[in-house]
Write a protein that binds this ligand. Sequence first.
Ligand code: URA
Length: 237
Amino acid sequence: MERLQKVIANSGYCSRRKAEEYIQNRKVYVNGELVTEMGMKVHYDDEIVVNGTLLNSKEDKEYYLLYKPEGVITSVKDEKGRQTVVNLVDTTARIYPVGRLDYNTTGLLLLTNDGELANILMHPSHQVEKLYLAKINGILTPQEFMRLKKGIVIDGRKVVPSYLKVKKENRESNTSSILIGITEGRNHIVKRIFEHFSYKVIHLKRETYAFLNLQGLKPGEYRRLSIKEIKKLYALK
Ligand code: URA
């Protein structure tokens, strides 16, 4: 169960603030009944009508796996008119990204208009693993590697990589590539992890998201998820 305004916003119909306005103005019906209180909790399967529009039913849901290229923003719209990940997908559905990748980060990004699934995937308790390949301007010392493996504290909260492996070391250019698994969703988390050891991330690519990978896709390309994959993502709950 989720708060009504959150479910409306997650459907992509409007912002949460706008949803609150609709509720206040008595423009929202749940399962045929007019909503008169703000804090109501609903299920994603409930029939919700906002200002005369029935919110997406399951049949209208769309699910995409995008290989995000560099130089694209992870949002629905950009005030400065820059390209967004949503622009890369040819659909009229109001899809949005599940979580975010930085402007210069490449790799696997899911987009959907299924707020329930997006919520499941982003909820910290579900610990969905994401594998990142990070190229850094240095080579971790064995001590740093062990410290990182055991977990470090960032902004007062511990982060323990679910996976950690050095893939490449180049002593000439003094760079290395590290595959690191993260199960949390804090912004810039991988960059902050390496900053903790005074390294800069030169390239960052998300290789996997749960059991999904980028196989068969080039940067900028995408595909729809299969029913089997969608069910498997739901099962992460
Ligand atoms: N961590 C980062 O630092 N950047 C991303 O884009 C994703 C994870």
